[in-house]
Design a protein around this ligand. Sequence first.
Ligand code: SAM
Length: 233
Amino acid sequence: MCEKQIRMIASSTLSPIPMVGDAVFFLLFCYISAMANSRRDKADSYTQRAHKEGYPARSVYKLEEINAKEKLIKPGDSVLDVGAAPGSWTLYTHRMLIKGKGRIVSCDLNPLSLDPVPPTVTEITGDAFSKEIRARLTELGPYDAIISDAAPMTTGNRTVDTTRSEGLASEVVRLAEEQLKKGGNLVIKIFQGGGEQEILRHMREMFKKAKAFKPKASRDDSFEIFLIGLEKK
Ligand SMILES: C[S@@+](CC[C@H](N)C(=O)[O-])C[C@H]1O[C@@H](n2cnc3c(N)ncnc32)[C@H](O)[C@@H]1O
């Protein structure tokens, strides 16, 4: 929101008296600036920390929070990471969750930006839901955990973006139906307003426990949430 817009709200809607309008403007301006700064600081601190710790994206801290809340992955597990590029979730899984013991199949439309790619990782570049890549993922399965941070390129049109996100999330659920082991765990990103309640209902039938979770590391203005399924029946 720009200064002109704040001034218009303050002076025209809140008070007909000019001085009061100015005071309201000043308070509103301070409040909105403080909110914007705190949001930026939060984003920056995650980005800086990711950089310092050698992760290519700040999204790593979402997986860290999700896994701290629900133990999804343990050393020795076989993990499928869908929508894996640039590779933070993959690297975190290698370092902190499977601790170098186990394996990770990392699939994305784009290549990973990890140098070197950890030895536990099999990288697959392409559409995870195309016939040929799917066959390859099946060949390398089944998995103890499937984690998906896959997201469409956003257009700015919320209806389009949420519909595409729902499409990706539904495909991941289908993949989990086929390729997740009994007792296995699932995490899926979805944009809110994109049929997440229906997918969650379906996950409650598939898993002993299923819930939605919004990590603190998600940007305040992001409408993403994560659906977590624990212990596939
Ligand atoms: C938010 S990024 C993932 C970030 C990643 N978790 C990390 O920590 O580095 C979303 C990714 O989903 C990928 N994606 C979207 N649709 C896909 C599809 N059909 N198959 C594979 N990857 C897909 C995009 O290419 C993009 O790299």
